[in-house]
Structure formats: structure tokens, C-alpha cells
Design a protein around this ligand. Structure first.
Ligand code: FES
Length: 275
């Protein structure tokens, strides 16, 4: 099998790579693992697929996204920017005309959020393994004959992750403004669910590898930069939970959206603690 690999200088060479490359043990079987190695990629595939289907349907239905009485706006529609948005839900105005049904009201932010998650180090590992089988698990040969990694288009764009990080930080600010705005109208179960979601989103964003690099990168001596060292230490602790935060925030996003959708549709009233 002939394919390319990356040299020390970052350029692709024509050396053979992969499990059949020279010097590797000739193992006929795809893997010698006897445990249920396929379970994790299969579960990841099912979870991410279900979430994407749910999110796609929700951002395209264009209803049940805003609870006027309690001022709850689902994160899937924040910020609501088109003329179709209920005026009170559009905290940042409605500069765009009506969108066709397949275009989400919050298209501008959703593009950046999608970019942020798609280029995230954890998600890359998750979907490379579970959707592309590249490789499906440790010590399991991948089905592809060629591997060029992320050195060429289209996967080269994964390197844009640090820019999406800044955009995601800005969008977390917008989610926080939505949350603060909702507290001006009292306190209910919905506020608490939104709070958990916003805290999760901040923790996920702060645990990003780009954030860690921003805090502690390009320094020769931590001792000369005690504040950055302290920030880097805290981000490093969060970074160790990056996978959990990446998956957990998908859950909190869906729960927040689902709860607001049900209240907005009149399925039940939001239990109020302070009206
Ligand atoms: Fe996952 Fe940056 S590495 S969000």
C-alpha cells in the first residue's frame, strides 16, 4: 500500500503508511482486540446523529422558540435576527428580511457554532472514529487505503479552530445576555435550566485547547507571568474534562431548547419561584 505521510518539516512525502507499511508486524486480522471496541464509536455515532437530527428540525420549524411571558429564548434561535422573529425576542434588532423555511433565524451564529464544534479537537476524534472509522478504535485498522491527515484540503481547515474559538466566546456572551434578560422577569425553572446551560457553555469554551494555548502559549518563563500561569493552570484543569463538557453541553442545549419549546407550545406552564 502506498500513501503519503508527513515529514518533520510538515510536507507530505510518498512513504508508505498505515498498518501495512514496512516494518509493521504482518497481522492478517483487522484487529486482535477481543473486547467490545465497537461499542464506543457506535454509541457516539447514535448520540451525535440523534442530536444533529433534533437540532436541524428545531432550527427549521421556526416556532416555539420564545416564551413571551417569561422572556425565555431558546439558544437555537439566539440571537433572533430576521423580520420573522417575534419583536420582543429580537434583543439585537431584526436587520435581516424573512428567511425561507430551511434557513434558521439565527443562521449567523449557528454557522460559527457549527464551525467551532466541527473543528473541536474532541469532536474531530469522535467523528473521525464513529463516522469515518479512521480509525474506529485504538489498535483497530482503519478501512482507508490512504492517510494524509489534516495536512491537505479539506481537513486543512481544521486549523481554523482558534478563530472559531473567539466567535464562540462572543456567542456565549449573547447567551449570557439572554439569561440576564430573562431574570428581569422573575425566576422560574426555565431560568435555572438556562443558567446551567450557559455555565456549561462557558466551561466548554474555556476548556478549549485554543483557550489553553492563549493563556499559557508563547511564554518562556511562567515565573515571569504569574497571572497567565494561574489562568493557564485553571484552564488546564478544565481542559482535562473537555470531552465531558463537549458532550454535556449538547445535552444541556437540547434540554434547554426542549423545555422552552414545550412551555412556548403551551404543554405546561413554567413553575415560578419568583414572579
Ligand atoms: Fe474543543 Fe476547542 S478543542 S472547543
Amino acid at each position: 500500500m502506498s500513501s503519503s505521510t508527513t515529514t518533520k518539516g510538515g510536507r507530505a512525502s510518498s512513504l508508505s503508511t498505515g498498518v501495512e507499511s514496512p516494518g509493521r508486524a504482518a497481522v492478517g486480522a483487522r484487529t486482535l482486540r477481543t473486547d467490545r471496541w465497537w461499542l464506543q464509536p457506535a454509541a457516539t455515532f447514535a448520540f451525535l446523529s440523534a442530536w444533529v437530527i433534533y437540532a436541524t428540525v428545531r432550527v427549521c420549524v421556526h416556532n416555539s422558540y420564545w416564551v413571551a411571558k417569561d422572556h425565555y429564548l431558546t439558544p437555537f434561535y439566539s440571537p433572533c435576527l430576521t423580520k420573522s422573529c417575534t419583536p420582543d425576542s429580537a434583543l439585537f434588532g431584526r436587520p435581516f428580511p424573512n428567511f425561507p423555511i430551511i434557513i434558521p433565524f439565527a443562521i449567523l451564529t449557528l454557522i460559527f457554532l457549527l464551525g467551532f464544534r466541527m473543528t473541536c479537537y474532541y469532536y474531530r476524534k469522535a467523528y473521525y472514529r464513529s463516522f469515518w472509522g479512521s480509525p474506529p478504535a485504538c489498535a483497530v485498522a482503519e478501512p482507508h487505503k490512504k492517510y494524509t491527515g489534516e495536512t491537505r484540503f479539506p481537513l486543512l481547515v481544521q486549523n481554523s479552530h482558534r478563530y472559531f474559538f473567539y466567535a464562540a466566546g462572543l456567542i456565549s456572551v449573547i447567551n449570557t445576555i439572554d439569561l440576564v434578560e430573562s431574570y428581569r422577569y422573575g425566576l422560574g425553572l426555565g431560568n435555572i435550566i438556562m443558567l446551567v446551560n450557559v455555565l456549561g457553555l462557558w466551561a466548554y469554551t474555556a476548556s478549549c485547547h485554543s483557550c489553553r494555548s492563549l493563556m499559557g502559549g508563547r511564554l518562556n518563563h511562567f515565573s515571569k507571568h504569574p497571572i497567565r500561569y494561574r489562568l493557564w493552570t485553571q484552564v488546564t484543569k478544565l481542559n482535562g474534562k473537555h470531552m465531558e463538557l463537549a458532550l454535556g453541553t449538547l445535552v444541556t442545549l437540547a434540554v434547554t431548547d426542549g423545555y422552552i419549546a414545550l412551555v412556548a407550545a403551551g404543554a405546561f406552564a413554567d413553575p415560578r419561584i419568583i414572579s
